[in-house]
Design a protein around this ligand. Structure first.
Ligand code: PPS
Length: 302
């Protein structure tokens, strides 16, 4: 049997499995977290365009100096609600305790399912921008993340695919995404798709700004868009965290060795390079069965 690297153990909270830097102490505080009217949650299933949406939300709400704001580490601009500081060591306070005292307006990222969001957010306080991506490209991106992130078990493609399909309900793409979709018409939630952002990035900058009640000039929209392209975000160590020298040393040594970056390929349809015909058939049959009865569909070709 291949020797596995020493990765932190996952833990279970309310039926869902989490990995560090998600913090058990942080998770316990989420339900009762006091939400403010001007809070913005950027929510997404892992590897579905979270960072991309964080970048847009952060820039459209910053007002000006977009290129300067872009240089600030994403974890500082839009901290991860349920995590602890990755670089803070085992005793680092959960980010949520820091957020409680942070000045408004607060921007926060989360990978939590809708049912695990703060109660007040579920009741419509604050705003939620939710980004979803087709599951075949998600599982490919999850696999690559596991190869490059020293905190994750670098499962083989076959193992990772099987794990994705057999995830417990609380972690399953096929439960989490339709649950958010059911809230797509709520006025406090904007549901966007990675594939649509690829087709029309500028249009999504405008849409997100409008949703957040921000008015940008055409020039400002152009400037925000320029800072949110795949190339701009790949070249920017504040968004491509595997180019941040400290993060590279602490978390992404494997990625450096294997030549895999956090902002990796950014394609719709990369799954074609990974799935065998048999894997595809099984995945698509599973998807059809699970999505029967929802009107949520995804494009999976560019
Ligand atoms: S994480 O770790 O869960 O927060 O990852 P997340 O940010 O959700 O998803 C990472 C994938 O998003 C791609 N990405 C982009 N695609 C297109 N345009 C832009 N600007 C962009 N920024 C990030 C990133 O490359 C990951 O996808 P893959 O398929 O692995 O390339």
């Amino acid at each position: 049997m291949a020797v596995k690297p020493n990765v932190p153990s996952p833990f279970c909270f309310q039926g869902a499995w989490f990995f560090p830097p998600v913090s058990p102490r942080g998770l316990e505080q989420v339900e009762s977290f006091e939400v403010r009217d001007d809070d913005v949650f950027v929510s997404a299933f892992p590897k579905s365009g979270t960072t991309w949406t964080q970048q847009i939300v952060s820039l459209v709400t910053s007002g000006s100096n977009f290129s300067e704001v872009s240089k600030i580490d994403m974890n500082k601009r839009v901290p991860w609600l349920e995590s602890a500081d990755l670089l803070g060591g085992p005793d680092a306070p959960p980010i949520i305790s820091v957020l409680k005292d942070s000045p408004s307006p607060r921007l926060m990222k989360t990978h939590l399912s809708y049912g695990m969001l703060p109660k007040q957010a579920r009741e419509g306080k604050g705003k939620i921008v939710y980004c979803a991506r087709n599951p075949k490209d998600v599982v490919v991106s999850v696999h690559n993340m596991a190869q490059m992130n020293d905190l994750l078990d670098p499962l083989s493609w076959e193992e990772g695919l099987e794990k994705f399909l057999s995830a417990p309900p609380a972690n399953s793409w096929w439960n989490v995404i339709p649950e958010y979709w059911r809230h797509k018409d709520d006025d406090y939630l904007l549901f966007i798709k990675y594939e649509d952002m690829k087709k029309d990035l500028r249009g999504h900058v405008v849409k997100i700004a409008e949703f957040l009640g921000r008015t940008l000039t055409a020039e400002q929209v152009d400037e925000v868009t320029a800072n949110c392209t795949f190339t701009a975000m790949k070249e920017n160590p504040a968004t491509n965290v595997s180019r941040n020298p400290i993060m590279q040393e602490k978390v992404f040594k494997r990625g450096r060795e294997r030549g895999i970056e956090f902002v990796r390929k950014g394609k719709v349809g990369d799954w074609r390079n990974w799935f065998s015909p048999q894997q595809l058939e099984k995945f698509e049959a599973f998807h059809r069965e699970k999505m029967a009865g929802t009107d949520l569909t995804f494009e999976d070709e560019e």
